[in-house]
Structure formats: structure tokens, C-alpha cells
Design a protein around this ligand. Structure first.
Ligand code: GSH
Length: 218
């Protein structure tokens, strides 16, 4: 069976889907179409965004829906990703929601403010303050459990991995400190970033050779 992912691999949402596929010991073909074209919108994603997913059974968009589908479809292969108890499953879903509704906005605003040339301190300051308060909540959670949903690595951890990779790749003092000043968050990022499936994904030259700091003046 061929899994096709439409998108560019350095998008954190595309990376999260690719990582899910690799954690399930599957492979994928990465394809790109003009995402604003009528053909892409009518066949893949009416909102003209990436990623989209296609296999012999279905076509889907929205990264978290794709990830849940892949994790369920290949439940018996690779790493179990849905949580090993009903509580872990619920907590996995809870942290997937937290990612969407609490983390992404301040993290992306911080990253965007930093990569502007020249950097924009008046945008950066409030974004960083918001990000820091959200990261305190992550650090507290990760002081109580190894992974976001509990003892098991789940889709909640998968979806965060590329976002922290990008924040880390910007490597200015502010973003490094956001992570290193929080011991539980820091240990968790090191753990989830050392997984073979993630290493395999970021060996892709389009991620490995991409400069996420483009435009940053240190
Ligand atoms: N909620 C969507 C977000 C996807 C998303 O934001 N994709 C960006 C790339 S990182 C995109 O397609 N941007 C193109 C655009 O907004 O026109 C998901 O989880 O798949």
C-alpha cells in the first residue's frame, strides 16, 4: 500500500503526519501540488492547506485527524500511539487540543517575530511572555508523568515534536532559555527528539539542510 502525503516536509504539521507514519513502521511518498489550485482544493483540501493524506481507502486533511486515522489503521504495527488505557486515550486527546488551542499561537508568533529581519521586539515580548506561561504548564505536567498522556508515548507527543524542533532550531537565547530553564520540559524534548522515527524523518535533506533561522540576526 502506498501512503501519499501532500505538502512540504518542513511544515511542522506535515512532519507530524510523517512521524506518525514512521512510528507505525510504514513509509510514505511526499508529493506537492499547487495548494491553491482548484484541483488540489477539490481533490484534497478545500481550505488549500497542507498536509493532505491519501491511501487506497481514503483521502483526508487536518493533521490530527490523519494522525488518529494512521494510528488506528496500523494499530498492530510499530509503536502504539493512542494510549494504553482509557484515561491515557483521553489525556492524549486533551493534550492534542492543548497543542492546537494553547501552544501553537504563542510558539508561532515567537518564532515569526524572531525570524523577521530586523527582529520585532514589540511583537516578540508579549508572544514570549504568553509562550513562557504556557510552557510552565507543560513543565508542571511533565514533572508528574514521563509523557503528556502518562507513561506511554502517544500522538500528543508526536504532534509537539516538530514544533519544538523548529523553536529549538531558531536557537536564539530567548528560545533556548524557554526550554532549558524548565527541566521536565527539557528532558521530555530530548527524549521525544531521540526516537529513531524522528531521526529518520529529520534526516530528510529538506529538513536537515533547511535554515529555520533564515533572516535571524544574532
Ligand atoms: N490545522 C491544520 C493546519 C495546517 C497548516 O497550518 N498548514 C500550513 C503549513 S504549516 C499551510 O498549509 N499554510 C498555507 C496557507 O495558509 O495558505 C492541520 O493541522 O493540518
Amino acid at each position: 500500500m502506498t501512503i501519499k502525503i501532500y505538502g512540504y516536509i518542513r511544515s511542522p504539521y506535515v512532519m507530524a503526519v510523517g512521524l506518525t507514519v514512521y512510528e507505525k513502521d510504514q513509509d510514505f511518498e511526499l508529493l506537492m501540488m499547487d495548494m491553491k489550485s482548484p484541483e488540489y482544493r477539490s481533490n484534497f483540501n478545500p481550505f488549500g492547506m497542507v498536509p493532505s493524506y491519501q491511501d487506497e481507502d481514503t483521502t483526508l486533511f487536518e493533521s490530527k485527524a490523519i494522525m488518529r486515522y494512521v494510528a488506528t489503521k496500523f494499530a498492530d504495527q510499530g509503536t502504539p500511539l493512542l494510549g494504553s488505557t482509557i484515561v491515557e486515550q483521553a489525556l492524549c486527546n486533551q493534550w492534542l487540543e492543548v497543542h492546537s488551542h494553547n501552544l501553537v499561537s504563542p510558539l508561532v508568533e515567537t518564532a515569526m517575530a524572531l525570524i523577521q529581519n530586523p527582529p520585532q521586539p514589540d511583537v516578540l515580548k508579549p508572544a514570549l511572555e504568553k509562550l513562557n506561561s504556557v510552557l510552565d504548564i507543560y513543565d508542571a505536567r511533565l514533572s508528574a508523568s514521563k509523557y503528556l498522556a502518562g507513561d506511554s508515548y502517544t500522538l500528543a507527543d508526536v504532534t509537539h515534536t516538530p514544533f519544538f524542533h523548529i523553536l529549538n532550531a531558531i536557537t536564539v537565547d530567548e528560545t533556548q532559555k524557554c526550554i532549558t530553564s524548565r527541566p521536565h520540559l527539557h528532558a521530555w524534548i530530548q527524549d521525544i527528539s531521540s526516537r529513531p522515527a524522528w531521526k529518520k524523518l529529520i534526516a530528510n535533506p529538506e529538513i536537515k539542510d533547511y535554515n529555520f533561522r533564515q533572516g535571524v540576526k544574532k
